[in-house]
Design a protein around this ligand. Structure first.
Ligand SMILES: *Cc1c(COP(=O)(O)O)cnc(C)c1O
Length: 486
């Protein structure tokens, strides 16, 4: 049994592969004796099947249950991964998504049999449009980056319709990496807009870079430094003056929903991350949803089919000559839509606004309490996340990675590190709205203790983590050549 002992280290279980467990002849089920003649499945099949292990039911259950406890999730503890909005998602929304009428509906049902699902989609599009002040929305895109692609394809179609073929797209240095990639997929060469000393874009820079060859700008607001783009209105005007359009990356909507309408700032098209802001758990590659909302100018270009309402009857409309076409085989990830719909209805307008307020308050609380111990990249009011660096730890040779690894020893999931790229050695913390003050204080005090350790005994940080299943991985090889035997 390959030296397997349960509980080598407290409750950290050692778990062998299923192939290393079990014993010939064990079975996970029992069937009554066969009372018909055995049939040969395939004449050419020699009888040598794959070498699956013989396991009892409880061996299988324990194996997978143990593995599941090695996974860290937002249900386990604070998950301060900046830029990701790893917020707690109320369980009632899961329950609604699991209702048989929703979970069991098939995308090929005739419209008359899918009126409830279509109504939900129609209403959700209206809610998202209302939250952002936009004219219409589509739920089709499968994730944020897919929403960006959808939006930029619409900007491309708009310019083409006007007889223009523009070649460039402005993308600020604080943009998410998917932004320049989405622009490039539509054939636009990304042009970088620098970040001012205060962490936001300057109008002059945009004005000098914007020309008749440039299709528009992609703005993340709040940006990836967690700062509100204070000059966004003038920036949008400068882009519009030259005939360009403004794409708004709304992945950070958790900071501003209910407070700011993107359309009123001058944004023409934007995406949402339902799996960040609107109650779908994410990470690990589960289904996402990146709806896109547009103003009147871009509405004709929305993907088909569109959900339409005539009297109390919902239909899917495909006859839209300016549409960019389909972005998904069917209509998007429906289960994610149900969670978002349920979340919006249970929270209500005021509730969504309060969620943003608390997310921003929590981030500012962390920023203020930790700025003595860790260098703050931009010392000003932040939105839903704050960005520190390891500058104060340089003297003792301690880096951001060491701090992150030491947090694991204390039982915390580390924040996002080394992103955004504009801050060297970045430590990016996004607490979200649902954390209690006690939990935030615990996290803050742990980071303070680590900063003291960095001065007094940096070797503790260099050796961390010591209490996890694995120590420091070669992160490149771990992603490319994963070793799955634990
Ligand atoms: C997460 C994120 C995206 C990409 O969204 P995906 O759903 O992961 O494709 C884009 N922009 C920003 C600012 C993000 O935080």
């Amino acid at each position: 049994m390959s030296g397997y002992r349960q509980g080598d280290s407290g409750l950290i279980l050692n778990e062998p592969l299923l192939w290393e467990k079990g014993k010939k002849g064990r079975s996970g089920f029992s069937l009554p004796t066969c009372d018909v003649d055995e049939a040969v499945f395939d004449e050419s099949f020699s009888g040598e099947g794959p070498d699956f292990p013989d396991l009892s039911e409880v061996e299988v259950v324990r194996h997978y249950t143990r593995l599941s406890t090695w996974n860290f999730g937002v249900d386990t503890g604070l998950y301060p991964l900046g830029s990701c909005t790893m917020k707690y998602n109320p369980k009632t929304n899961e329950r609604q998504a699991g209702l048989p009428g929703f979970a069991g509906s098939h995308p090929m049902l005739p419209e008359v049999r899918a009126q409830g699902a279509l109504k939900l989609m129609y209403d959700l599009e209206q809610f998202l449009a209302e939250i952002t002040g936009m004219a219409a929305a589509t739920l089709q895109p499968a994730a944020g980056a897919h929403g960006e692609l959808t939006g930029i394809l619409m900007i491309h179609a708009y310019h083409l319709k006007n007889g223009e073929k523009r070649t460039k797209m402005l993308v600020p240095d604080t943009a998410h990496g998917t932004n320049p990639a989405s622009g490039a997929l539509c054939g636009y060469a990304p042009v970088a807009v620098p970040v001012g000393d205060d962490g936001v874009m300057r109008v002059e820079d945009v004005r000098s870079l914007m020309d008749g060859e440039t299709a528009g700008i992609m703005i993340t607001n709040p940006n990836t430094l967690g700062l509100f783009e204070t000059h966004i209105k003038e920036i949008c005007e400068a882009v519009h003056e030259k005939g360009g359009l403004v794409y708004g990356d709304g992945a950070n909507l958790n900071a501003i929903m209910g407070h700011v309408k993107m359309a009123e700032l001058g944004v023409d098209v934007m995406h949402f991350n339902l799996h960040k802001t609107f109650s779908t758990p994410h990470g690990g590659g589960g289904p996402g949803s990146g709806p896109v909302a547009v103003n009147k100018t871009l509405e004709p270009f929305l993907p088909v089919p569109r959900v339409a309402k005539e009297h109390e009857n919902y239909t899917l409309v495909t006859d839209r000559p300016d549409s960019i076409g389909r972005m998904m085989t069917f209509y998007g990830h429906f289960g994610v839509m149900v969670r978002a719909y349920s979340y919006i209805l249970t929270m209500g307008g005021e509730g969504l606004k309060t969620a943003s307020s608390h997310a921003v308050l929590n981030a500012n609380y962390i920023k203020e309490r930790l700025k003595e111990a860790y260098h703050l990249a931009f010392d000003r009011t932040c939105m839903h996340e704050c960005v520190f660096s390891d500058e104060k730890q340089h003297a003792s040779g301690v880096t951001t990675l060491d701090v992150a690894k030491r947090l694991i020893d204390y039982g915390f999931h580390p924040p996002t590190v080394y992103f955004p790229l504009v801050v060297s050695g970045a430590i990016m913390i996004e607490p979200t709205e649902t954390e209690t003050k006690e939990d935030l204080d615990n996290f803050i005090e742990t980071l303070m203790a680590i900063s003291e350790e960095a001065k007094a005994s940096p070797e503790l940080l260099k050796a961390a983590p010591t209490r996890s299943k694995v120590r420091r991985l070669d992160e490149t090889s771990a992603a490319r050549k994963p070793c799955l035997c634990g």
